[in-house]
Design a protein around this ligand. Sequence first.
Ligand code: NAD
Length: 264
Amino acid sequence: MTSTQLKGKTALVTGSTSGIGLGIARALAAQGANILFNGFGDAGEIEKLQAGVAGEFGVRTAYHNADMSKPAEIEAMMAFAAEKFGGIDVLVNNAGIQHVANVDEFPVEKWDAIIAINLSSAFHTSRLALPRMKAQNWGRIINLASVHGLVGSAGKSAYVAAKHGLVGLTKVTALETAQTGVTANAICPGFVLTPLVQKQVDARASADGLSNEAAKKALLSEKQPSADFVTPEQLGELAVFLCSDAAAQVRGAAWNMDGGWAAQ
Ligand code: NAD
């Protein structure tokens, strides 16, 4: 069903060609927001995605291929957003990658890439989006952190450091905008079955000689008390709530949707 809560507003969702970003982009489009897609993938598939969302929800869509590890490309994307839509009203910092290895074996280039994509990119998009949001006295910044922004897990040093950093950046952004119509919050999902997590399922299956289903169960049972995955659609609805007037005083939160993971 299409609603009009975000009609006339434009949302940039980084990393929206897949997984959670795509779920959030669809949920915001369902509220009438124009969507600027970003992320990697096959050009034809991305074109279909854009046209599909535009047709289904009656909104304008565009795509920019900025590599979120490169500040100059992020600047080019924000200039493109200004030209195409007049600027960004809802900024969802979602692009992210994972690599699993112990600290003493962690590849240096993977550390640098994770910090750049999962943390620094949100600083760059935020610093470039905030002047317009402040000037119009309305804006929403939603940072896709993780339950790993709240707690650690062995083997995920760069990811946990980046996500804790992103929760910190969210708090500071929220404080600096506290007396304006701009809010900044973080969403902290537990396991969501996207390509990012399927890689971990595959690694588990081959390490322990498990089937795909058994490896999923093993991964969940260690961390997620609900023993069920969070879905991109559920996260999309949380993002819609954070954009609503009802959420105007939700500021600087790190809101987990994690099947009880962080409650342990
Ligand atoms: P995904 O792999 O399905 O999607 C990641 C998206 O980011 C893709 O669109 C990809 O093209 C894009 N991307 C990757 N590197 C990029 C780069 N350098 N520049 C531009 N785009 C880039 O992953 P996902 O699971 O949907 O993850 C989305 C976000 O949610 C990430 O920040 C991730 O850390 C976070 N998260 C995921 C889970 C989970 O269980 N899947 C849990 C908590 C948090």
